[in-house]
Design a protein around this ligand. Sequence first.
Ligand SMILES: [Zn+2]
Ligand SMILES: [Zn+2]
Length: 207
Amino acid sequence: MEVVRVVVGPLATNSYVVCQGDECVVVDPGDEGERLLRALGGRSLVAVVATHLHFDHVGAVAHLVEATGAPFYAHPADWRIYKALNEVAPSWGFEVPELPTPRDPGERLWLFDVLHTPGHTPGSISLVAGDAVFTGDTLFRGSVGRTDLPHGDWRELTRSVCRLYQLPGHLVVYPGHGPPTTIGSEAAGNPFINADVCGNERQSNRY
Ligand SMILES: [Zn+2]
Ligand SMILES: [Zn+2]
């Protein structure tokens, strides 16, 4: 499996072109659709998937779907509140993109196991395939997703990040912004949520 990171748009969103043989999936086509199409290098696009429906992760979805006919997947919990999720975008000077109606990714999509990892948004998902996990804005190198935007929830985010830490430590984390990391290094040293916090979470859930 080949993973190409393409940094796009005004918020420097990571779009990932993930290919196996002649087939590719684009994860989080935030912007710059033509660049993403070029990164396919003539291979076929079998799906477009958003880790969540913030505007900076979906700006090129319509472009890719129109150009290739590939289906678009996103968690229904975000789709139901798409406008509300992005209500701050216009005040930041950004347009909220028009999207084709997404399909529910379910638990399995192409090579990916789909994990529901809510908190940053209610419908945030993480995608696991081979030695890679695409975490969107749930987990970053040295940070975690913000929960102060509409429908963010810190307790849910903590639970989701702790769930990601159950994955094998060698998995490479490809986040929605910034450089890659690994599950093991974040579980050990993430300054916001690390494995110690998860231990405490599990304890406090007993009461
Ligand atoms: Zn986001
Ligand atoms: Zn983002």
